[in-house]
Design a binder for this molecule. Structure first.
Ligand SMILES: [Zn+2]
Length: 442
C-alpha cells in the first residue's frame, strides 16, 4: 500500500494542518447532539480535506471515543478508514456531475443507518454538481433527517451556491506550511526507517506547493533510492521530471502544435510549479540548440520578451501561454468581412488598435463557442461557466456578458478572470475591449 494511504492521519491528533486540527478539536467541546450536521471544507487539492472528512465521520460514529476524539481502533473507525463503511458514502461530484448520486441520496436518505448512529455523506468537488443536482442536495440539506451528516468539500468555493454554503459550518484548509509538511514527512521517515537528511526533506517540502499528498508521494519516490538520501539525490529526481516536461513543451511548440503545449502549461500551473524557473530552463535548452545551428532565434526572442512581461503579468503563466498562442498561429476563425490592412479598415479614433470597433454583438454571438473553446486551455472552469452565460451587448469597446447565476457573475467578475477574457477576445478578434458582467433573469 502506498505511503499516502498507509500514513493518512486517522485521528485528530495526527492532523498536521494546525488550523484544521484546532477547529476539529473545538468540535469535541460540544455534545454530539449539538454538533453541526453540514460542513463545507474548502481549500486546494492535497491539503487533507478527504482525510478530515473521514475523521468527522468517525467523530459521529466511533464506538469508543476518547477525550481526544475518535479512537481510530474500533470497528466503526477502522471500516471508515478503509473506505468500506456502509454508513459513510463518498461521492465524487467531478466524475459524473452527481445527477444519479443526488437522486439516490434523496431516495435513500430517510432510511436508517445500517450499523452506526449516523449516516455520513461526503461529497467531494461539490462545485461540479449540475444545477439539478444542487437543487436536490439543497432540499435534503434544508430538512435532513436527524441521522444525516453532510461533509461537502471543494477546491472552488466560489462556485458553490450561497443557498448551500449558508447552511454549512465552514472549515478552510490552507496550503500546508513548510513546518506542517516537515512534521508529516518526519512521521513517515520514522515509521519506515528511511535514511534521509534534513536538507533533503526541506527540499521536498519546498517543491510541492503546500500539498501533503504531493510531499508524501515525492518521499515515497525517493525512498526507492539505495543508500542515504541527500539533498542532491532529491534535487536530481525533482529536476529529472521537469526535464521531461521541458522537452515535451518545446517539441510541441516547435511543431506549432498549440494544444499539447498549453496542456503542459496548465499542468505546471496546477502543480504550482515556478513558471519563471521553467521559462529560464526552456531558454537554457533553446540556447544549447542555438549553438548547434538550430533555427530557434525567433523562439528565444519570444521567451526573452515574455520573461520581461512576467513582472507585470497578473497571472504568472499568461506570458508563457501567449508565446504558445502567438507562435503556433491564430485560433482558426474565418476573418469574415475583415481584411488586415485594407484601405477600408476604419482607423482607430483613439489611435490605438487599428481594429477598434470591428467587434460586433453579431460576430461575438456567432463565435461564442469558438470563444469558449479558445478560453478552455487558459481556464477550464471559466470556460464551463461561460457555457451558461451569453453575450449581451458590444458597444464602444465594452463587451457585456450576461450571467444567470450570482456565483457565475462573481466568478466572471474576478479581476484575474476578466484579464483572461480580455486577452482571449483580443486574440480572437484583434481588438482590445473592456468586459462587463451583468446578472440576467432566467
Ligand atoms: Zn473508534
Amino acid at each position: 500500500m502506498s505511503f499516502y494511504r498507509t500514513y493518512r492521519p486517522q485521528v485528530i491528533g495526527e492532523i498536521d494542518n494546525v488550523a484544521v486540527h484546532a477547529q476539529l478539536l473545538s468540535l469535541l467541546t460540544k455534545d454530539k447532539k449539538h454538533l453541526p450536521h453540514a460542513f463545507l471544507f474548502t481549500g486546494p487539492r492535497g491539503a487533507g480535506k478527504t482525510t478530515a472528512a473521514r475523521i468527522i465521520a468517525k467523530l459521529f460514529n466511533c464506538l469508543k471515543p476518547t477525550k481526544y476524539g475518535p479512537c481510530g481502533k474500533c470497528e466503526q473507525c477502522v471500516s471508515i478508514a478503509d473506505g468500506r463503511n456502509l454508513d459513510v458514502l463518498e461521492i465524487d461530484a467531478a466524475s459524473n456531475r452527481g445527477i444519479d448520486e443526488m437522486r439516490l441520496l434523496r431516495d435513500s436518505i430517510n432510511l436508517a443507518p445500517s450499523g452506526a448512529a449516523f449516516k455520513i455523506y461526503i461529497i467531494d468537488e461539490v462545485h461540479m454538481l449540475t444545477t439539478e443536482a444542487f437543487n436536490a442536495l439543497l432540499k435534503t440539506i434544508e430538512e435532513p433527517p436527524a441521522h444525516a451528516v453532510f461533509v461537502l468539500a471543494t477546491t472552488d468555493p466560489q462556485k458553490v451556491p450561497a443557498t448551500i454554503t449558508s447552511r454549512c459550518t465552514g472549515i478552510s484548509f490552507h496550503r500546508a506550511t513548510g513546518e506542517e509538511l516537515m512534521n508529516a514527512l518526519k512521521r513517515i521517515v520514522k515509521e519506515e526507517h528511511i535514511e534521509i537528511d534534513e536538507g533533503a526533506l526541506t527540499l521536498i517540502a519546498g517543491s510541492v506547493d503546500g500539498s501533503f499528498r504531493d510531499a508524501v508521494k515525492t518521499l515515497e519516490q525517493v525512498s526507492f533510492h539505495t543508500g542515504k538520501i541527500t539533498k542532491e539525490v532529491v534535487a536530481t529526481l525533482i529536476s529529472a521530471s521537469d526535464e521531461d516536461i521541458i522537452a515535451r513543451f518545446l517539441d510541441a511548440l516547435k511543431a506549432r502544435n498549440a494544444m499539447p503545449a498549453l496542456t503542459e502549461v496548465a499542468t505546471l500551473t496546477s502543480q504550482g510549479k515556478d513558471i519563471k524557473f521553467f521559462m529560464q530552463s526552456c531558454l537554457g535548452a533553446l540556447q544549447k540548440e542555438l549553438v548547434t545551428g538550430a533555427d530557434v532565434k525567433d523562439l528565444i526572442r519570444r521567451f526573452v520578451e515574455a520573461y520581461g512581461m512576467m513582472k507585470i503579468s497578473p497571472l504568472p503563466e499568461l506570458p508563457l501561454e501567449l508565446i504558445v498562442v502567438e507562435y503556433c498561429g491564430p485560433v482558426p476563425i474565418k476573418p469574415e468581412g475583415r481584411v488586415e490592412g485594407s484601405p477600408s479598415t476604419p482607423a482607430s479614433p483613439a489611435g490605438g488598435s487599428p481594429n477598434l470597433g470591428l467587434l460586433t454583438l453579431e460576430k461575438l454571438t456567432e463565435h461564442w463557442l469558438d470563444f469558449i473553446s479558445a478560453l478552455k486551455p487558459y481556464n477550464n472552469s471559466v470556460a464551463g461557466v461561460l457555457r451558461s452565460a451569453r453575450p449581451k451587448a458590444v458597444d464602444h469597446g465594452i463587451v457585456t456578458i450576461e450571467a444567470f447565476y450570482q456565483f457565475h457573475k462573481d466568478k466572471l467578475s474576478e479581476s484575474r478572470t476578466k484579464d483572461i477574457l480580455v486577452d482571449v477576445l483580443k486574440k480572437l478578434f484583434g481588438e482590445k475591449v473592456k468586459v462587463e458582467i451583468i446578472l440576467g433573469k432566467k
